[in-house]
Design a protein around this ligand. Structure first.
Ligand SMILES: Nc1ncnc2c1ncn2[C@@H]1O[C@H](COP(=O)(O)OP(=O)(O)OP(=O)(O)O)[C@@H](O)[C@H]1O
Length: 265
């Protein structure tokens, strides 16, 4: 069954058409990466799936029409991590992560011991246990990115929408975050839809990829099917070599231009 399904999705921003009829089907418990050059419409597609942008066409999450879901119900089904979240600088890390529990609170909005335990576990999982009392305004870019992920995990939704979740992270934390998301996918059946600029990382973690160009899906399939040298050159305007990592997954390397014959060595 598809946990996320989009059919013929069209979005216009400021009356400019951005998505031109995008289809997507993400199997429950799988990881789908949406790739594409700058401005292709990746974030727009994720925001439409998150139910925070008007669209034409059809989007279903967990079998329900996302446009018809009340915000609280939607937040129990899916957690969305934007590329550049606006964070209240004077809120503490702990307070912010506990906000992830809001859709689960009862009528009076009182946190239970369980709510606090879930938030604490999310902090711990993202290496933030020692930061709970720190103000968000005093965190580095990568630390803030992990805080936003911790809040999304605290939400305990079955579908995770991640817009460039690793851009501000160092190598170790990139791996830690992607491994953690993958572990949750494998053990708790989480469905993940993420944009990723790093094509090799997308190939490592995603089960299926969609390549979006100019608001249209131009390729879809496994990393091996989608990430060919020719396609990357055509759509990204980049010189690349694509290698096999030894386990059947492509690794995409940028290459320098070859020196012209007779030019300086
Ligand atoms: N409010 C807006 N009004 C008009 N155009 C917009 C608006 N917001 C975004 N756009 C345009 O929509 C297009 C798609 O933007 P989007 O952020 O979805 O691309 P993206 O694929 O996520 O890009 P990137 O890789 O750079 O993050 C871009 O050309 C962008 O300039």
């Amino acid at each position: 069954m598809s946990a996320v399904k989009a059919a013929g999705v069209r979005v216009a921003l400021d009356r400019k058409p951005i998505l031109h009829g995008v289809d997507l089907a993400v199997a429950a418990g799988s990881w789908h990466a949406v790739l594409g050059p700058n401005g292709a419409g990746k974030s727009t597609l994720l925001r439409a799936i998150a139910g925070i942008l008007p669209y034409a066409g059809e989007i279903q999450v967990g079998g329900q029409d996302v446009a018809r879901l009340a915000a609280k119900h939607r937040a129990r089904l899916l957690a969305y991590v934007p590329q550049q979240p606006q964070l209240p600088g004077d809120m503490t890390v702990g307070e912010y992560v506990r906000l992830g529990r809001t859709p689960h609170l009862g009528y009076l909005g009182v946190e239970s011991r369980d709510d606090r335990a879930v938030a604490e576990r999310a902090l711990h999982r993202l290496d933030l246990a020692g930061f709970a009392a720190r103000r968000l305004g005093a965190m580095s870019g990568g630390e803030r990115q992990r805080v936003v992920l911790a809040r999304a995990l605290a939400q305990q939704a079955g579908i995770l929408l991640l817009d460039e979740p690793t851009t501000a992270l160092d190598l170790g934390h990139q791996q830690q975050v992607l491994d953690l998301v993958d572990e949750l996918r494998a053990t708790e059946g989480l469905t993940v839809v993420s944009t990723l600029h790093d094509l090799s990382l997308a190939a490592q973690y995603a089960d299926e990829l969609t390549l979006l160009v100019g608001g249209e899906a131009v390729a879809r399939g496994s990393a091996r099917e989608v990430l060919t040298e020719q396609r990357v050159a055509e759509h990204y305007g980049a010189r690349v070599r694509v290698f096999d990592d030894g386990e059947g997954r492509p690794v995409v390397h940028l290459t320098r231009p070859r020196p012209s014959p007779g030019g300086p060595n």
